[in-house]
Design a protein around this ligand. Structure first.
Ligand SMILES: Cc1cc2nc3c(=O)[nH]c(=O)nc-3n(C[C@H](O)[C@H](O)[C@H](O)COP(=O)(O)OP(=O)(O)OC[C@H]3O[C@@H](n4cnc5c(N)ncnc54)[C@H](O)[C@@H]3O)c2cc1C
Length: 404
């Protein structure tokens, strides 16, 4: 008898960036057949995103070079295991690798990521990835799974399957398998600037010197220069009340009319950038309000159902959460984290010598490590941002410093 797992289908719910990357990684001559279910008929999200350099790292040194959490990475990941993961990603097909290299160098629109991954999957012409246009319900998703198949939920923040992965009699209670910490309410503001401009921590401080109430803070490396244009994305912290009185998306004129003080802090920042670099803002401001939360699922798989011995469909169906459906993070880290986890899951789903309980255990451990990493990173970034807000106020600064 073969010791291999049967080669069933992988059903991926959601063809956002992470579901698409997983499909592309699994699209190998030897790989499983994939069905990708997506409810949107076209990709329209044009916001600029960037991917972290660690996704294309070829050594442990370059993997942990981010000053925010390089040492945390060293503390959490066994170097032998990390080396194996780096070796897996160095074997990624050249067409996909070229896209990742490009996207980790600069900025790209989210729908460009989605369209180019879709085109890559089609152009390969393997016939192993089938795309189905539909909005799945939970029951429909479970019905799809035949013996040997696997279901991967890449349906984003409001994950279709997340609440179901913890056994119990209260399966319909929202959030039963989620831990969430709210960090702050913010405006994400984006604009194009017609000159080369780069931002670092000094810039964040000095260009905000006169803005006492609100501060516009481009995140680290959140400017990108190409074709004579710099894409600038940054965030302004706002109160819950302000957040609730704003529409989800608006432009600079709306901001100036309804929240002149926030607009003034932006304008103040931009005036200083112009003074230094002699450029002009060449687009309107695009503003989106978002609550910045960091969250994770307690269970990323149906491991608990398998162990429960219950006579229930979920105890026989391997389900995995991936991307925003598993872990959500603020400060522009989420897609990279989803991609990182997709590498790991793709490698394990393709390796049919591993029994499913082993895959569950490894994935749960890996995801918990990823959660700890991104939780610590997010709290560190938030803390540093809070300090920057009060850096000229000694009393305020001391109140935020908990030394022991
Ligand atoms: C303003 C803003 C700026 C951002 N900037 C950045 C950034 O710079 N960097 C970054 O890393 N992240 C950024 N993010 C977050 C990033 O967009 C998400 O982390 C990312 O899109 C998550 O990818 P995903 O594939 O896991 O989920 P999603 O992108 O949410 O994709 C889920 C897909 O599943 C489909 N779907 C859902 N339910 C069903 C169903 N029942 N049946 C069929 N299909 C379904 C959806 O239509 C969607 O296509 C930003 C978010 C916002 C709001």
């Amino acid at each position: 008898m073969s010791s291999q797992r049967p080669q069933g289908r992988v059903h991926i719910i959601g063809a956002g960036p992470v579901g698409l990357l997983l499909a592309a990684l699994l699209q190998d001559g030897e790989g499983p057949r994939v069905r990708l279910y997506e409810r949107r008929s076209e990709y329209t999200r044009t916001r600029m995103v960037s991917l972290a350099k660690y996704l294309v790292a070829d050594s442990i040194e370059s993997y942990k070079e981010d000053p925010v959490d390089g040492q945390d990475v060293e503390a959490m990941f066994d170097p032998v295991e990390l080396q194996t993961r780096l070796a897996y990603r160095s074997a990624v097909a050249p067409d996909l690798r070229a896209l990742l290299d490009e996207w980790t160098r600069g900025f790209v629109q989210l729908n460009v990521v989605e369209n180019r991954l879709t085109e890559l999957i089609e152009a390969r012409g393997t016939g192993t990835v089938e795309r189905v246009s539909t909005t799945l319900t939970r029951d429909e998703a479970l019905e799809l799974v035949e013996p040997g198949d696997v279901l991967v939920d890449c349906s984003g923040t409001r994950a279709l399957m997340r609440d179901l992965l913890l056994p119990g009699s209260d399966l319909d209670v929202p959030g039963r398998n989620t831990q969430l910490f709210h960090l702050e309410h913010t405006l994400v503001i984006t604009f194009l600037y017609g000159q080369h401009y780069e931002c670092n921590e000094y810039c964040k401080y000095y260009k905000n010197l006169e803005s006492t109430g609100y501060k516009f803070i481009p995140a680290v490396h959140r400017t990108c220069y190409e074709d004579g244009t710099t894409h600038v994305t940054g965030i302004v912290s706002i109160s819950k009340e302000e957040f609730e009185s704003m529409p989800p998306r608006f432009d600079g004129d709306w901001l100036r009319e309804h929240f002149p003080q926030i607009a003034a802090s932006m304008d103040n920042f931009i005036v200083r950038v112009k003074r230094e670099t002699n450029g002009e803002v060449i687009s309107d401001l695009e503003v989106t309000r978002i609550p910045l939360d960091v969250y994770h699922a307690w269970n990323h798989t149906t491991r608990r159902w398998y162990e429960s011995g219950l006579d229930h469909r979920l105890a026989r169906t391997p389900v995995f959460l991936l991307g925003d459906s598993a872990i959500g993070s603020p400060y522009f880290q989420s897609i990279s984290l989803g991609f990182e986890c997709a590498f790991f899951l793709a490698g394990h789903l393709a390796n049919r010598t591993l029994p499913m309980p082993v895959v569950f255990d490894r994935y749960e451990t890996f995801m918990y490590q990823q959660w700890l990493r991104v939780y610590m990173r997010s709290q560190m970034i938030k803390h540093n941002k809070d300090l920057l807000h009060v850096v000229d106020d000694t009393e305020g600064l001391l109140a935020k410093l908990h030394i022991y």
